[in-house]
Design a protein around this ligand. Structure first.
Ligand SMILES: Cc1ncc(COP(=O)(O)O)c(C=O)c1O
Length: 395
């Protein structure tokens, strides 16, 4: 492997949300953070080089992406997913969560239902509630270690006529599912039948483990494209979240206009120059880096899998098919919420995202981010093992 993902880089005192805000989040300063979904790796070299050049130039006026920006994104999706985007479909936003909020505002009215499938990335629910919409949950079902959509429940909820938007997480954070084409078709057909547009958050699409394939929701057919908002970003893929750039594709003119109008209402103008620059550089020159990174992450997953099986009795890994987030099932330990928090934060000294943040279905689970040097992962798991060994007798 050419690139070095093993070196531990000290991220403290860099305004890092992950490393510098433990106290503000009510954690002890000493916790090892494995929560928020960014990586402890430097972005591809080409990104830093392009940013350095822009930085040195010294004039940071209003900026916009030109054709070469569009083609960097176009080529990425065509080459890696076989999906051909059109220029007019694209809206650029400072983040995917921002775009999801704009879609909620633009495509529904106050009081309308917006469906999600919990346990799921918690800003979806927050965004729905904060905008005065009703959260309608069609929970995923865990069967023999694998999460599945409950299509019967999904249709039952659509049938009420109250659901006006569906937010799909594909691949799914936190459970790590990479939805099969049949599954996407099934929910997509139901949404067409009940005329409910689909916001498909595909921010994790570049992290798919061997043996699985990501399908872009809008690429499943023209009717699916015409009924969807596809949210993409280079931020997870290349570790650029602090640069605030995402690319949203809305093939249908009417849907696009409604979302665009909401964006305009906020007063938001154009993307920041560093974000534009980094996004283009990453898509143009970051592919080899990503391939090596994925290999490294697969190694981390293997390490986590073995460690959990052999050294963490009572904890099961829900096998992820994609994403660098892993969903740990602690239910066999039979801990109360408070005991689980004590085990993870106080005894193990870890900062994880606890399962209930993703909905009540997450009770007894923890989400751990494995996009870090193997040594950091080893340390985290050893801390958890030591905590487990001493925790049970103390109960
Ligand atoms: C499913 C999902 N969507 C969106 C985001 C965040 O996107 P952004 O930072 O572009 O708002 C994350 C980050 O963890 C995520 O997991």
């Amino acid at each position: 492997m050419e690139r070095d993902f093993d070196t531990v880089i000290d991220r403290r005192h860099t305004n890092s949300l992950k490393y510098d805000f433990a106290l503000e989040f009510g954690k002890s300063e000493a916790v090892l953070p494995m929560w928020v979904a960014d990586m402890d790796f430097q972005a591809p070299r080409a990104v830093a080089e392009k940013l350095e050049a822009v930085s040195r130039f010294g004039i940071y006026g209003y900026s916009e992406g030109k054709d070469d920006y569009f083609y960097a994104v176009y080529n990425w999706y065509k080459k890696r997913f076989g999906w051909e985007i059109k220029k007019e479909w694209m809206l650029k936003t400072p983040g995917v969560v921002f775009a999801v909020a704009m879609a909620v505002r633009g495509l529904t009215e106050e009081g309308d239902g917006v469906m999600i499938q919990q346990p799921v990335y918690y800003p979806f629910g927050n965004t729905i509630r904060a905008n005065g919409r009703k959260l309608v949950n069609s929970p995923l079902v865990l069967r023999e270690g694998k999460y599945e959509m409950d299509l019967e429940d999904f249709e039952k909820k659509l049938k009420t006529g109250k659901v006006k938007l569906f937010i799909l997480c594909s691949p799914h954070n936190p459970v790590g599912r990479v939805w099969r084409e049949e599954e996407l078709r099934a929910v997509g057909e139901l949404c067409l039948k009940y005329q409910v547009p689909v916001v498909s958050d595909e921010i994790h699409a570049d992290f798919i483990y061997e043996g699985y394939q990501h399908r872009i929701f809008a690429d499943l057919g023209e009717d699916f494209a015409a009924n969807s908002v596809i949210c993409t970003a280079p931020s997870k893929t290349f570790n650029l979240a602090g640069l605030q750039v995402s690319n949203i594709f809305i093939p249908d003119f009417q849907l696009r206009r409604r979302v665009y109008r909401e964006i305009k209402k906020t007063g938001y103008g154009g993307l920041n120059l560093m974000g534009l620059t980094a996004c283009q550089a990453a898509y143009e020159e970051g592919e080899a880096w990503l391939e090596e990174l994925k290999e490294y992450l697969a190694g981390n997953l293997e390490y986590l899998r073995e460690f959990t099986r052999e050294k963490l009795p009572g904890i099961d890994l829900i096998e992820p098919e994609g994403t660098y987030l892993a969903w740990l099932d602690l239910r066999k330990l039979k801990l109360s919420r408070q005991e689980q928090e004590t085990l993870i934060a106080e005894r193990a000294g870890l900062w994880l995202d606890t399962g209930t943040m993703f909905g009540e279905e997450g009770e007894g689970f923890e989400r751990i981010n494995i996009a870090c040097p193997r040594g950091t992962l080893r340390q985290a798991l050893e801390q958890l093992r030591a905590a487990l060994n001493t925790f049970a007798p103390l109960r």
